[in-house]
Design a protein around this ligand. Sequence first.
Ligand SMILES: [Zn+2]
Length: 154
Amino acid sequence: MQADCTFCQIVSGELPADLVDEDERTVAFMDISPATLGHVLVVPRRHVSDVMSADAEDWLAVAAMARRMARWVVGAFRAGGVDLVQANSDGSVGNQTVFHLHVHVLPRYHDDQLGSWWSPETADPAEITEAARRLVDYGRNDPESAPPLASTAP
Ligand SMILES: [Zn+2]
């Protein structure tokens, strides 16, 4: 536990939250600033700042709980879709504001205002191929490395 971490405080019961489900490794609770009706957060019990730092067992447990919550929100709220969002940030870019690994389970509705995170434009195929090559080269070098987040553009 990290004493100044809001999500650690929720996991320990020090801070109140609307808990939805929990298991040995994870806790699922309602986001206090819901993007849509039924917005749930899934966190590992153990403090870890981001997905790069998580061990495989915690990450798999979070993924399994997120899948369960996806099923529940679709069923409970009759959502037309559900987005799973997991943000990681060094604090300067990205959308992570609480630095305890979490997955957002976002029910989507036909009239919600969230929009899309994907681009409707198709990129230059050479740029996509180059990005794939860069990833493969990096991954072959050390497939399980956990690099720190960069504060500068690549
Ligand atoms: Zn924490």
